[in-house]
Design a protein around this ligand. Structure first.
Ligand code: SF4
Length: 106
C-alpha cells in the first residue's frame, strides 16, 4: 500500500505539527495520519528507513519520535516542507512509498 495522493480530498485536516498540517485519522500511538501537504509523509506507512533524510538536497525531513507505533519508533517528518524544490528524490527512494510530493497542493 502506498500513500494516497488524493489524501487532501479523502482525509480531514486535523491539526498542525511544527508548522505543517496533519491529516487524520489519528489515534495515538498506533495511528498517526499523514504529515505535511506539499511534502506529505504517511506516518502509518513510514518504517524509518531514512533514505529521504539522507537524499533530500535541502533537508526537508527531520526525525520525530513515535514510541509504540507498530511500524517504527520514529518517523521522517517533513518539518521544512517550504524548502522543497520538487526534485522527487524522496518519492523515488522511499522503500514503502510513504511520501508524495505535489507543489500544486501546497
Ligand atoms: S522532493 Fe526533493 S526537495 Fe522535496 S522533500 Fe523530496 S527530496 Fe526534498
Amino acid at each position: 500500500m502506498a500513500i494516497d495522493p488524493q489524501f487532501h480530498e479523502n482525509r480531514e485536516k486535523l491539526d498542525t505539527h511544527e508548522g505543517h498540517d496533519v491529516w487524520g485519522p489519528v489515534d495515538e500511538p498506533e495511528k498517526l495520519g499523514i504529515h505535511g501537504t506539499h511534502v506529505a509523509v504517511d506516518f502509518d506507512l513510514c518504517i524509518a528507513d531514512g533514505a529521504c533524510l539522507e537524499d533530500c538536497p535541502v533537508d526537508v525531513f527531520e526525525w520525530v519520535d513515535t514510541p509504540d507505533h507498530p511500524e517504527s519508533e520514529k518517523k521522517a517528518d517533513p518539518a521544512n516542507e517550504a524548502q522543497c524544490i520538487d526534485c522527487m528524490l524522496c518519492v523515488d527512494v522511499c522503500p514503502v512509498d510513504a511520501i508524495d510530493v505535489d507543489a500544486g497542493r501546497a
